[in-house]
Design a protein around this ligand. Structure first.
Ligand SMILES: Cc1cc2nc3c(=O)[nH]c(=O)nc-3n(C[C@H](O)[C@H](O)[C@H](O)COP(=O)(O)OP(=O)(O)OC[C@H]3O[C@@H](n4cnc5c(N)ncnc54)[C@H](O)[C@@H]3O)c2cc1C
Length: 416
């Protein structure tokens, strides 16, 4: 074993959460050693474009695709170990072990190990032409198969499946999606808006099969040729993309004795069951804004929770407590979701849900608790302030579309 006796903070996992945690440590005045270790070969990069812009134009990787530009890590004295996996975290000796026999010492650890794709386990699922999408390499491999006229089968119509369907249609592919739930993106949007999204995909020419699963794949010469569905159908395909969710990379934490439960358990300061270890991003199971605990698989959460972890190490006592927010781009639609849009609430629609531009507010006791905007980013900006500042507005005013949400925000501030 070679020991690199650095001390300081080790960040395990180098994507949004890891990259932002390293940056925020320096921004918040931490001047000790920082080591950023990630098993992907690239420095931290943006995953959201992997199912959108990168599938449409894979040859153009803009510099902004990477979370930090130029010589950021060197300039900020952040030691990077990209393409290297942490095999073991030992909290007694305060060391991490990399593959290849290197150990690095540390005082504190931020776990930003994220998630990996859940694999389908049905007959034929190891055939060539069946793809998953999580990394830059996955996106490059998939984009090579998305040419006009190709028949693409999508298993699962969560965010990734829905986005890939939209990109594949834009590229001129024939697309069939198979989803066991009643609507696409059911967990994120609820049934009503999920139904609206199913219609959008149908209007765009996708063959959307709901309440239907996969029983297996047919193949020829080792490559997928068809999907077998639970209703007995056999659907010919050239390529399949499976998007059936993710699994948290919490094994390092579990093996070193930290509390885990579908992710690494943290409190609202991002601290794990050990005071020297913090966790942020997709892997963290944390207290949620509207009660309960859970993992939040969004870009904004990864970024902001990482900032909180860094602040807690640099200054101490920075609680993290934000409503969930995410966006998705499909066809000409920018859809944003904030807060709780699936629990029982009064639902107010501003605009027409048979079009592609409207806002849906979920209200409980005059409090806006959830917002969905479709091509209404300005509404989202105002609604975010109303929701986060817990401004009370009567449902009559919220329904009255003669006032836009920005005006309502102003009026309600003046009156109360
Ligand atoms: C295709 C795609 C599109 C998306 N689009 C959107 C979107 O439009 N909007 C949105 O809000 N969110 C989107 N997301 C989700 C968002 O990208 C994730 O929430 C975010 O990437 C989570 O960041 P993270 O750093 O917590 O984890 P990850 O991105 O999972 O990064 C964790 C990193 O740690 C590495 N790692 C794990 N274990 C080890 C180890 N033992 N040693 C070293 N390294 C390790 C992993 O390989 C990985 O590189 C999208 C995700 C994907 C895949």
């Amino acid at each position: 074993m070679t020991l690199i006796d650095r001390g300081g903070v080790i960040i395990i996992g180098a994507n949004v959460a890891g990259g932002r945690a390293a940056e925020a440590l320096r921004v918040n005045g931490y001047d000790g050693p920082i080591s950023l270790i990630g098993d992907e070969p690239s420095p931290p990069y943006e995953r959201p474009p992997l199912s959108k812009e990168m599938l449409l134009s894979p040859e153009e990787i803009p510099e902004s695709f990477f979370i930090h530009q130029g010589g950021f890590y060197g300039e900020n004295l952040i030691d990077t170990y990209f393409g290297q996996r942490v095999e073991k975290l030992d909290l007694n000796s305060k060391r991490v072990e990399l593959g290849g026999g290197t150990e690095i010492s540390c005082e504190k650890v931020i776990l930003c190990t994220g998630t990996r794709v859940r694999k389908l386990n049905v007959e034929g699922s190891s055939l060539k032409g069946i793809h998953y999408l999580r990394t830059l390499e996955d996106s490059k491999r998939l984009s090579a198969e998305l040419s006009p006229g190709k028949r693409i089968g999508l298993v699962g119509m969560g965010v990734i499946g829905a986005e890939v369907a939209a990109s594949a249609r834009k590229l001129g592919c024939e697309v069939v999606t198979v989803e066991p739930q009643k609507v696409p993106m059911a967990r994120a949007l609820g049934e009503h808006l999920g139904g609206w999204l199913a219609n959008v995909h149908r209007e765009e020419g996708v063959d959307v099969r709901l309440e239907t699963g996969i029983t297996g794949f047919d193949g020829l010469n080792g490559r997928v040729t068809a999907m077998f569905l639970t209703n007995g159908d056999r659907v010919p395909v050239d390529t399949v993309v499976v998007g059936i969710g993710v699994i948290p990379n919490d094994e390092l934490a579990k093996n070193t004795g930290l509390l885990t439960d579908n992710g690494v358990i943290v409190d609202n300061t991002t601290q794990t069951s050990n005071p020297n270890v913090f966790a942020a991003g997709d892997v963290a199971n944390s207290p949620l804004y509207y009660g309960g605990n859970g993992r939040v698989e969004t870009y904004q959460n990864a970024q902001d929770q990482a900032l909180a972890a860094a602040r807690n190490i640099a200054e101490a006592d920075a609680p993290y407590f934000k409503p969930q927010w995410f966006w998705t781009d499909q066809y000409d639609i920018n859809l944003q979701v904030l807060g709780d849009v699936t629990s029982p609430a009064e639902v107010i629609v501003r605009g027409e849900t048979d079009g592609r531009s409207f806002t849906v507010l979920h209200v409980r006791n005059k409090l806006v608790v959830g917002v969905i905007t479709v091509n209404k980013p300005k509404d989202m900006a105002s609604a975010r302030r109303i929701l986060e500042k817990r401004i009370l507005i009567s449902t009559d005013l919220l329904r009255d579309e003669t006032n836009d949400l920005r005006q309502l925000l102003k009026i309600s501030r003046q009156t109360g």
